[in-house]
Every structure is written in C-alpha cells, then in structure tokens.
Design a protein around this ligand. Structure first.
Ligand SMILES: Cc1ncc(COP(=O)(O)O)c(C=O)c1O
Length: 397
C-alpha cells in the first residue's frame, strides 16, 4: 500500500488555497479566483487519514458490484452508531442505503403524499426540502421559525395550523441553516403534534455529529411513540467531509414504511458505490478522533466568528449555532440588504448563500437580507473573509 503524506500538526490551520482551488471543487471554482467561498456546505479540511487509508486499500481490489442490499459490516456499524442517538433496536430491513440524503427527501415526498397536497416544513430551510416538495408538484406549508430570546424557535400555533390537512412533516434536526439542535422539550412537542395530527415525519439528521452542545444527540425517533411514522435520514458527508462520494441511508423501525419509501423511487436510485461504502465504514470504524478534533476546531471558528461580529459589526443579528458549520446572519439593517449576496460578492469578494434560497417562493422576500456563512475553513481564511466583509459593509453604510 502506498503510504500517505505526513499530516501537519493541525492540518485545519495550514490550508493551501491553491490546492483547495482544484478544478473538481465546485466550492472553490464557481466564483472568481480572488473570491473566498463560504457558501456550499463542504469543509475545507483534508479527509480523515483513516478514510484515506481505507480508500487506498480498497483500490488495490476490483471495483465490481459491491455487496448489494446493504454491506453487512456497514449496517452493523451504523446500527451501533444510531443506537447512541436513541435509535436502538433497528433491524437490517429498517436500513436502506441511498446515493445521498437528498434522494431520500424526494423519495419520501413522492411515497407519502400525492400531488397538490401540502407538506409541512419550517423555514428558513435547506433548499432541497422545499424543492423536493415543489418539484414533485406538492405545496409547501412553510412555517417560519420565530425569534425567541435566545435564538430561533418553533412557532407552535402556526405549525399546528399548517399540519391540519397535511400528511407529512419534514424536519431538519439539527436545523440547516439556523444551527438549532431541537431540545428534548421541543422534540417532545413535535412528537405530540405528529401524533395528534397523524403525520408521517421525515427527520433529516445529517448534521447530528457536528454538535457543540456537549449533550448526547437525541433523534426525533428516539421515542417509541413516533417510530412507526418516522423515517430518519442520515449519512457521513457533513461530519466527514465526503460529499463527493455520495451515500446516505433512510432508517426506520417500521420496515414496511422504509420499504414503501425506498420502493417508491424504484430503480431511479441506483445502487451504492463501493468506494462510498468503504468510506462510511472507515469513518464509523476509525475516524472518531478526527471528528472530535474537527468539531473542536469548528467550535473555535464559531466562537471566533461570533466574537468578531459582536466587535466589528454589532448591528448584524446572529445567534450562536449549536451545530453545523453554518451561521445564519441577519443583515437586513444594511442599506444594501436588498442585494446582499451580490453586494458581498462584488465588493468583498466573498461568496455566501443568499437568504431567499432557503425558502419557497411565497416566503422568499422574508429572508432577503439574510445570508448563510460556512465557517469550516482555516482560522486565517475565515479572518480574511470577515475582514473583507465588514470593510465592504462599513464602506457602504
Ligand atoms: C440538512 C441536509 N440534508 C442533506 C444534505 C445533502 O446531502 P447529500 O449530499 O447526501 O444528498 C445537506 C447538505 O448540505 C444538508 O445540509
């Protein structure tokens, strides 16, 4: 086996921009060569050595069809991992591998609702949620989160009203883009609502391993009361920075429900790739320490970002994300708020995601002036991006 290049003490601090800007990276090549990309949810860090070693080893063998119907070792590792999040007792037929998490969102909308029906989700929301609903001819029953004293919270009355007449709630936990991790109390109320309104629930828990809360993660379906109606979606790509090797899983205690959703997509899903399976196995088996270090580094970046904004742009409204490497910032006070993403691209040469992306048409204007910032880069790159951003914003005030 070829040996891997030695890694610096903290590779996250020593990123090489020229290497990051390789031609296959959408994050680093979509905008101009002088633009710092803080948009799509990829981290700039090198992949965990345990994963690279496993991939190299796998390449010494053939690349024919991998074990179909779920790799037994991966399923065992995944079951053990999910049990730590409250999803204990999953059977093999309760796990279906997918080419990614987004196909699971589409499959669930397709299988569990019919065209024209409303599907409930809380906005702002990771855009494939509302796109899955509208692309498949359903309607988004969007319930805006509201600002509480300490951050974004569920508008319970509005959620309840939207749920009447709907059959599916699409939950993002932890929530992209606000970085909320729903608390035990909130999860309990969400479960009560799902039962009272007889909803199926799709809980996208892809960011579960990137938390700064210090407490064990509680899956929505940790409570047996909602297990028969819930599909949980998960995958390795956010925690281990492997989105280029698409793979995910839909899991549920109700095997018939998993089968219904998986078969609704039929042959459209394709099968999982051998390298993707190898990667996920290696991640769960040997990349735990790497993940721990990464979360610690991200937490440092998050705290730095929040402190920087408090000091240099206290007018920007922001709540400290509890998970993910994404910050949801409210710049509506700024005179250029109406075209804020383009303004920051033109004047600061930084690329962020524009607020309206995270809402269906009917709610888009509500999020104009918001941006989502990806802080999973080196402290030096983040510092330069923030300096450029605040300088450009100050100049135009
Ligand atoms: C909440 C959430 N779900 C799904 C995805 C995408 O998952 P995949 O690339 O496996 O389809 C993302 C990517 O950022 C995400 O944030």
């Amino acid at each position: 086996m070829t040996s891997l290049p030695p890694q610096a003490a903290d590779t996250r601090d020593a990123l090489d921009v020229t290497a990051l800007r390789h031609p296959d990276s959408i994050k680093w090549t979509l905008y101009g060569p002088d633009v710092i990309p803080l948009w799509v949810a990829d981290m700039d860090y090198p992949v965990a050595p345990a994963i690279l070693e496993a991939l190299q080893e796998r390449l010494t063998r053939g690349l024919g069809y991998h074990q179909l119907r779920g790799d037994p070792d991966l399923l065992t590792l995944l079951r053990a991992h999910l049990a730590t999040q409250g999803l204990d007792g999953l059977q093999d037929d309760g796990i279906a591998l997918l080419p990614g998490v987004v196909p699971g969102l589409y499959a669930a909308v397709h299988a569990l609702t019919t065209p024209g029906e409303p599907v409930v989700t809380m906005t702002p929301i990771y855009h494939p949620f509302h796109l899955a609903i509208t692309d498949l001819g359903r309607r988004v029953a969007g319930v805006p989160l509201r600002e509480g004293e300490d951050g974004y919270e569920v508008n319970w009355a509005a959620l309840d009203a939207a749920s009447r007449g709907s059959r599916l709630l699409m939950l993002c936990h932890p929530h992209n883009p606000t970085g909320r991790v729903w608390t035990a109390g909130e999860l309990e109320k969400l479960r009560d609502l799902a039962i009272a309104r007889d909803l199926f629930v799709v809980s996208d828990e892809l960011h579960a391993d990137l938390r700064f809360t210090g407490e064990a993660f509680e899956a929505f379906a940790a409570d047996p009361r909602v297990r028969s109606r819930t599909i949980t979606l998960t995958g390795p790509c956010k925690a281990y920075n492997t989105a280029g090797l698409g793979i995910g899983a839909m899991v549920g205690h109700n095997a018939a429900l998993v089968k219904r959703v998986r078969s609704a997509a039929g042959g459209l899903m394709g099968h999982e790739g051998a390298l993707s399976v190898t990667m996920w196995r290696a991640a769960l088996q040997g990349a735990g320490p790497w993940l721990q270090d990464t979360v610690a580094y991200l937490q440092g970046n998050r705290d730095f970002l929040m402190a920087y904004l408090r000091e240099h742009a206290p007018w920007i409204r922001a709540y400290t994300p509890e998970a993910t490497y994404l910050a949801w910032l409210d710049l509506r006070e700024h005179p250029r708020a109406g075209t804020i993403q383009q303004f920051l691209l033109d004047e600061a040469r930084i690329a962020v995601h524009d607020g309206p992306v995270f809402a269906p048409d009917a709610h888009k204007t509500q999020y104009q002036g918001f941006i989502r910032v990806n802080f999973a880069t080196s402290r030096a790159i983040l510092t330069e991006a923030l300096e450029r951003m605040t300088a450009a914003l100050d100049k135009a005030r």
